[in-house]
Write a protein that binds this ligand. Sequence first.
Ligand code: G3H
Length: 496
Amino acid sequence: MAGTGVFEEIIEGDVFKYYTDGEWKKSASGKSVAIINPTTRTTQYKVQACTQEEVNKVIESSKIAQKQWAKTPLWKRAELLHKAAAILKEHKAPIADCLVKEIAKPAKDSVTEVVRSGDLISYCAEEGVRILGEGKFLVSDSFPGNERTKYCLTSKIPLGVVLAIPPFNYPVNLAVSKIGPALIAGNSLVLKPPTQGAVACLHMVQCFHLAGFPTGLISCVTGKGSEIGDFLTMHPGVNCISFTGGDTGIAISKKAGMVPLQMELGGKDACIVLEDADLDLVAANIIKGGFSYSGQRCTAVKVVLVMESVADALVEKVNAKVAKLKVGPPEEDCDITPVVSESSANFIEGLAKDAKTKGATFCQEYKREGNLIWPLLLDNVRPDMRIAWEEPFGPIVPVIRISSVEEGIHHCNASNFGLQGCVFTKDINKAILISDAMETGTVQINSAPARGPDHFPFQGLKDSGIGSQGITNSINMMTKIKSTVFNLPTPSYTMG
Ligand code: G3H
């Protein structure tokens, strides 16, 4: 149960505390933010509504702690990260339970998220030791006009205070995908969790606390976006922002100061299906890619572009699998669970209604109870329908029938998003040509889009993001190159 056992100190009364200076504290605001359980639609938990004054103090402590942390040997930083990973995995059950209740993630997937996060932290420690332990050596005589009188040594130095803002759909995993790289690289870390998922994040932070990280190095502030959101992202004490979420990221990128940004802002991942594709494989991947966690993944299959000649057969196979999806509460490990909020459910419903009005074929009857929306495949979707372009972030998958591969590529590239895409064909030559033509950060051949494994590069083009993630890229992004140049009085050559 949340807030019990080793997590007892993170709650007082019925409100979870925020974390700063190595301690769990109550906000001076005296106010809290309610977290609504998407299944019961009642208040499940409450977290502190931190003030701007408290944010100032958090960032001040974070700055001080970082200076010392940057001087901590790399192997010691790695050791602490390994310890935090082990503690996180040990306490996977209560953290997963928070995910079930806060974001209605199916029980098994919730456990997987926590375990995956532990593995991610350990991998960060190992990769950091590898890539931060080496730099470059350059000599001047390789550039025209220069003698060999300058030796340049480069190393990677931390940026300072990293602000991490993960989304509701992977509050733990996408928090540690920012925390791990930041810490191993010698930065301090301020976490602003999403409202739904905040309590799972606070439990995860307690695992770092138990691992014994220095005071002030990691902080976690909760509260209303309207009160502390802009204040945090525009704070002069923040040296780097790593954000995953929706449109808010575009606003952040316009307001943030001159600091490196890492942003992942969603996608409209296209699934292009050629005539020679293995349709059973495609159908299985549409189910996994389009309906897992009820479609609430930025990498979900969000539009199927299938060649007309195989469309009937594919739709039949997908429908047969949709009929087998278990719909219900996350506690029962159902495939389709309630979407995160009522407003999200209303938005999804709006897309379905628009498609209905404009003549899409509903392969299943549209059904909704509260935030629970039954899985729906929409056939014969046309470009004038909103669902052809917008991200439902729900269990609805549109199918557009195409008469040429070029038409599919054109639809994919006309999107303002460019996160991932996938192509199904047995012809590797065609797969490469299509992959090269698709304007997305990643193209999966014969599999649904996915971010993992977590050390793979992960990036979006256009409105899907800024920069690249994945463990190595994130560590590099959270560092800066520092050079020291030795100027010699005379040219010097290393002799054999
Ligand atoms: O929702 C965005 C996530 O980065 C997607 O991760 O592909 O592991 O589900 P995933």
